[in-house]
Design a protein around this ligand. Structure first.
Ligand code: NAG
Ligand code: NAG
Ligand code: NAG
Length: 367
């Protein structure tokens, strides 16, 4: 594996503020490019963090290095708790190595680090690491990185992803607690702009009753997807206090989408499953997400079991594989209570937020 990214990161001073303007049917949107932190390679050690003008094109360069010939990248976000040894990151990377035809996809994976701990662990393990912070944040305060508000973090992700689209890259966004067992690309809908995995799949790829999960999506960069991300991002003001996934559930049947604003498809849980609704066939499953799960230790426990299940399946003789029953041993410690409701969503949200306060550090990410 090539050396970590730090060797090419040049540190300098000054805030990188640049904006690009997108004109859409919703008027003008300012897309603020993310400020970029770079760890000075020269200082070595724990690394010195500075915002940097000269790194304005760092993201561009990292995406270019990681991209497939058709400008597609795989993106995930990471904080220190998830990047620590024996935590989520190690299991995530292991899944690519033991999956069928997934190892080469690591060459196209960019790990977006949300704090310095995650960034330094990334550079030790992986070749495409990008450190992300938001403009105007005093990043000298380490506490900030370790205790970011859940909503702020989730919306920052949407904001970041729309800037990736604006740079011309298609992306698979994957939470790091999604285990990759098969190459998903042959199983994506060939002509959709935006496709997303589900906590619950109703059976139809276009059915807006599906319950989407923002932890896994494939988005093609074009006018429609950029406008959609602008619409989604601006809808946070229409539904204050909700995170991106719940806002998506509110807007998925909006006139913007019904009137052809974007071609949206929902992915079958048999292929893109999770603890909410596991895939029913190990011979078809591409990914399994540790969704419907609260608490990092439970998540790690069950992710390890999930990898064991896969290894057991993989070691079967080829002729027996298709006959293998869907014998997941998970969810075990992960909460099995249904985390998706149609009618009483707000009750669930209150409950969820309370639990998040207790364990904020553990899961910034969709559950
Ligand atoms: C979506 O919206 C249309 C028009 O308002 C409505 O007829 C339809 O029932 C809605 N579908 C769902 C699944 O909510
Ligand atoms: C699982 O999928 C494989 C490959 O598509 C198929 O041959 C097999 O019959 C399926 N098994 C079940 C139980 O549906
Ligand atoms: C998982 O659940 C079992 C049984 O409730 C418990 O003994 C164990 O400590 C849990 N493990 C983790 C890592 O949470």
């Amino acid at each position: 594996m090539p050396a970590g990214y730090t060797s090419t990161a040049a540190a300098s001073h000054g805030a990188a503020i640049s904006a690009c303007v997108l004109v859409g049917s919703f008027g003008l949107f300012l897309v603020q490019k993310p400020a970029i932190l770079s760890r000075s390679a020269a200082t070595g050690g724990p690394g010195r963090w500075t915002s940097s003008d000269s790194d304005e094109h760092t993201l561009d360069r990292i995406l270019m290095d990681a991209s497939m010939p058709d400008n597609t990248v795989i993106l995930t976000t990471m904080n220190e708790a998830w990047a620590a040894p024996d935590s989520v990151l190690d299991l995530f990377l292991e899944s690519f190595r033991i999956g069928e035809g997934t190892r080469h996809l690591l060459n196209h994976l960019v790990i977006i680090s949300l704090d310095r701990g995650a960034f330094s662990r990334c550079t030790a393990l992986h070749s495409h690491c990008f450190p992300l912070i938001t403009e105007g944040v005093d990043f000298s305060r380490e506490a900030y990185f370790m205790t970011p508000g859940y909503l702020k973090m989730m919306w920052r992700r949407i904001d970041f992803l729309r800037s990736v689209l604006a740079m011309g890259y298609n992306f698979v966004f994957t939470d790091a607690d999604v285990m990759w067992f098969r190459d998903p690309f042959p199983n994506f809908h060939p002509d959709a702009d935006f496709q997303i995995a589900c906590d619950h799949f109703s059976g139809g790829a276009e059915d807006t009753r599906n319950v989407p999960n923002g932890g896994f999506s494939f988005v093609r960069s074009n006018e429609r997807s950029m406008e959609f991300y602008n619409f989604w991002y601006s809808s946070r003001n229409t539904y204050p206090g909700l995170h991106d996934q719940d806002v998506l559930s509110r807007i998925k049947n909006s006139s913007f989408i019904r009137n052809g604003g974007i071609k949206m498809r929902f992915l079958d849980t048999d292929l893109f499953g999770g603890f909410c609704e596991p895939s029913r066939n190990l011979s078809r499953v591409c990914t399994m997400h540790a969704n419907c799960c609260l608490g990092l230790s439970s998540k790690l426990n069950d992710l390890r079991l999930l990898l064991e299940d896969w290894k057991r399946y993989s070691s079967l003789p080829e002729r027996l594989k298709p006959l293998s029953p869907p014998s997941w041993s998970v969810p075990q410690n992960c909460s099995i209570k249904s985390l998706f409701h149609d009618e009483d969503e707000s009750d669930f949200l209150d409950e969820e937020e309370e639990e998040e306060e207790e364990e904020e550090e553990d899961h910034y990410y969709s559950i």
